[in-house]
Design a protein around this ligand. Structure first.
Ligand code: SF4
Ligand code: SF4
Length: 355
């Protein structure tokens, strides 16, 4: 079975007005938002960009998308879940302030923003999926409670998954901090001794008493650790990291988390990928990182697998080579797509409809 992916070329990401005109045309001709019904609570999943990052999708483009949604339902909120790592999106207050600083104000985007709080039980939900790697997914409740989901994703490279698009935005992006840690590794966080100042903040916050301070350094009892990631958020010196080598199945887990987010959203989700400002690394990087491909354009589809595969193909076609493999030779980003198809999330085969 083949899915439809709509594509419109855009050659200069800096020309905001021209990109918006292309985006409007894409929304109109793809009908990608037409699954939204009157009074649907619509969640728009976005990445607002870490402080210092320059690759994130521009707020002016969200205005076009929000205007399109508002014609169908008045109940729209933009959202992203908080991060695992210590940055300006670690807690809801700072995350919201950064979104505003990056220009995502209601005056610009035409809608409000809601950032779920990892410290509030009511903002989190367990979703049973009983898959190979994840039995229970830990998701920000807002995305599950929404009637409709629009994932607006920046397509770019990624250090762990080769590339990141719709599946990354949904699977990793809608997870709570605990869910993000579960996808990155099965083990407890790792303490980098040189950075640890022995302040004890991690031990104080650990809900299961898995951390003790010995000789001025933090020690984690991994047998006790439940992987909640609270200590990572609390550490003032960023002395706690995830063991990337333990995260060898991160792509499969991410696909399973996508399944959890989309579980009750059959025909109630739409995907828009921006293959513009295609950087080597994701928008979590708090700095400008190298462009690896020319601006390609914008894609829309009802299928998260097809849209990521089409984005991957179009970017590589523009580069004349597999640029993601070249920049991240240890990662095979294709794994996330193949496994997502196996899970029934969508199709690798697609028909590209160029507008
Ligand atoms: S991840 Fe959670 S349970 Fe594990 S050591 Fe850190 S605070 Fe404790
Ligand atoms: S919070 Fe960080 S710096 Fe403080 S003891 Fe724990 S690991 Fe060390």
């Amino acid at each position: 079975m083949r899915s439809k992916v709509y594509f419109i070329a855009a050659k200069d990401a800096n020309d905001i007005s021209a990109v918006n005109a292309r985006l409007q045309k894409l929304l109109k001709e793809s009908n990608v938002l037409n699954f939204i019904r009157k009074d649907d609570k619509v969640a728009v999943k976005l990445h607002f960009g870490e402080e210092g990052n320059t690759g994130f999708i521009r707020p002016q483009h969200l205005r076009v998308i929000c205007d399109g949604i508002l014609k169908l339902s008045q109940k729209v909120l933009l959202s992203d879940a908080n991060t695992l790592y210590r940055g300006k999106r670690l807690n809801s207050k700072d995350h919201l302030a950064l979104a505003y600083a990056h220009g995502f104000t209601k005056a610009v985007i035409g809608a409000d923003i809601f950032i779920p709080d990892d410290n509030k039980k009511e903002d989190k939900i367990d979703v049973q999926i009983n898959q190979k790697f994840i039995k229970t997914a830990k998701i920000a409740r807002f995305f599950i409670d929404a009637d409709a989901l629009v994932a607006v994703s920046h397509f770019k490279g990624h250090i762990l998954t080769g590339f990141g698009g719709a599946l990354k935005n949904i699977g990793m992006g809608c997870a709570t901090r605990e869910g993000k840690l579960a996808q990155h590794c099965d083990a407890a966080p790792v303490v980098y001794v040189d950075k640890c100042i022995g302040c004890g903040e991690c031990a104080a916050i650990c809900p299961v008493g898995a951390i003790r301070i010995e000789n001025g350094k933090s020690i984690i009892d991994s047998a006790k650790c439940i992987g909640c990631a609270s200590c990572m958020a609390a550490c003032p010196t960023m002395a706690m990291f995830i063991d990337i080598e333990a995260g060898i199945e991160v792509q499969e887990k991410m696909a399973e988390y996508s399944l959890a987010v989309l579980k009750d959203k059959k025909e109630k989700a739409g995907f828009i990928n921006f293959a513009l400002r295609i950087n080597q690394e994701c928008d979590c990087w708090g700095m400008e990182n190298p462009r690896i491909a020319p601006d390609v354009g914008i894609l829309a589809s009802a299928d998260p697998v097809s849209i990521d595969k089409a984005s991957f193909d179009l970017v590589n076609r523009a580069c004349g080579k597999d640029i993601f493999k070249l920049t991240h030779p240890k990662q095979d980003g294709f794994k996330q797509l193949e496994y997502a198809q196996e899970l029934g999330l969508g199709n690798l085969d697609y028909d590209l409809i160029e507008i």
